[in-house]
Design a protein around this ligand. Structure first.
Ligand code: PMP
Length: 407
């Protein structure tokens, strides 16, 4: 069926895009970027912690001295130089040659987001089921929904995904579950980390049921107290696609991420990516490669960790000092986010306009669920605002909550 006038597109859209709506986070960006608003809503890294002059100099050389490659087309899989460097980065987390990781099985992507999109293109037919933590990353929900898959949430607690709940969800899916999508370490949006013991249990369950695992790990190296538990991919080499990105450890503006795929899958991933983007940006890949080759990137990760640990503490202290009774929240050991549960009766989405009027922003919990849950939750970011702004934001937020509770 076509629209009534040529300029009416409603009925012309493909079925898969009809349900698309503006992400709650994107809709918020317009207001939260106003300087008077304390935004606890974003997920931006604190780029000012980078040695920007040195990065700028490196970028200049990339154009002037290496322009014939950095400004040219490249191959779909990504440059071998970068894929080798990516293997060095993964080795930090215990994913190395001894676990079967090889540059040959790395596919460079346009951020972690394209990695998710490629996984969906490869594995999801309309009506397929994806199992995912409840709550989970809003951008992954968008990708799975665009692929017309159904997301079924698996319950989690302070120790991460609950193994018995995963068993139950697999049984309920009646064989239609294509994969488990999981963010085991410093999860977005909760900040929660799956325990060592549960990692083994989850892998065991997936293995027994022949369920593929899509492990999304943008935050694993950003730990505040010791090292995080090793990724699932460091424990098992088959049946897992491992996704990560330089967005949180270097710079999201470059849009460089990657997938480490089982060897049997890698070729199809490259074909899907070529159909999608031809090849990742040669310039951005060159920038990341040069950064990893010539700059102290391990030290930079430590700097990010220190800055974020201080801000996490500022947020947790402020919540403890100021939140109304009945509010609870997670205590992340890394990453960028805290997930709070509001006192009974408060609706995070309904409260948001009043919070913005009080010059503080957060992300309502409903965005992180495919099933309408999360009305009593909010996600708070601590990576971007400095500690004094975080404290001021929590002061404003608690004022709004006290007013709501008094209504
Ligand atoms: N996965 C998760 C869990 C994320 O939190 C994000 C970014 N917020 C992404 C993927 C996307 O990463 P990128 O910005 O590199 O596309």
């Amino acid at each position: 069926m076509t629209g009534t006038t040529q300029d009416d597109y409603t009925d012309r859209y493909a079925r898969r895009v009809r349900g698309m709506t503006t992400s709650e986070i994107r809709a918020l960006f317009a207001v939260t970027s106003r300087p008077e608003v304390v935004s606890l809503a974003g997920g931006s890294p604190f780029i000012a912690a980078l040695p920007l002059d040195a990065v700028g100099e490196m970028m200049g050389k990339l154009a002037s001295e290496m322009g014939t490659t950095s400004l040219q087309y490249g191959i779909g899989q990504g440059t071998i130089e970068l894929r080798e460097r990516i293997c060095e980065v993964m080795a930090l987390s215990g994913i190395d040659a001894s676990t079967g990781a090889s540059p040959d099985d790395v596919v460079v992507t346009v951020g972690g987001q394209q990695a998710l999109d490629l996984v969906a293109r490869l594995f999801l037919d309309p009506g397929d089921v994806v199992l995912a933590e409840g709550p989970t990353y809003v951008g992954a929900l968008g990708v799975f929904q665009a692929a017309q898959a159904q997301v079924r949430h698996v319950a989690m607690d302070a120790d991460g995904l609950i193994p018995a709940a995963l068993e139950a969800a697999i049984a309920q899916s009646g064989g239609r579950a294509k994969f488990l999508y999981t963010i085991p370490t410093f999860q977005n949006p909760t900040g929660v980390t799956l325990t060592e013991e549960r990692r083994e249990q989850i892998l065991d369950i997936c293995e027994r049921h022949g369920l593929l695992v899509v492990e999304d790990d943008p935050y694993g190296t950003l730990s505040f107290e010791g090292e995080a538990p090793r990724p699932l991919r460091a424990r098992k080499r088959t049946g897992i696609l491992y996704l990560s990105t330089f967005s949180k450890t270097f710079a999201p503006g470059l849009r460089v991420g990657w997938i480490l795929a089982p060897h049997a899958v890698r070729e199809k991933l490259v074909m899907a990516s070529e159909a999608n983007i031809l090849c990742p940006s040669a310039f951005a890949q060159g920038a990341v490669t040069q950064y990893l080759a010539t700059m102290p990137w391990r030290e930079q990760i430590k700097i990010y960790r220190q800055v974020y640990a201080e801000r996490r503490d500022a947020l947790l202290d402020a919540l403890r000092d100021m939140m109304p009774t009945g509010t609870t929240w997670t205590h992340p050991n890394g990453g960028l986010f805290v997930w709070a549960t509001l006192p009974p009766g408060l609706d995070s989405k309904a409260m948001l306009p009043r919070a913005v009027a009080a010059r503080v922003a957060y992300v309502p919990g409903t965005g992180f669920y495919a099933d309408g849950n999360g009305t009593g939750n909010i996600r708070l970011n601590f990576s971007f605002p400095p500690p004094d702004r975080i404290r001021e934001g929590v002061r404003r937020l608690s004022g709004v909550m006290e007013q709501e509770l008094a209504m």
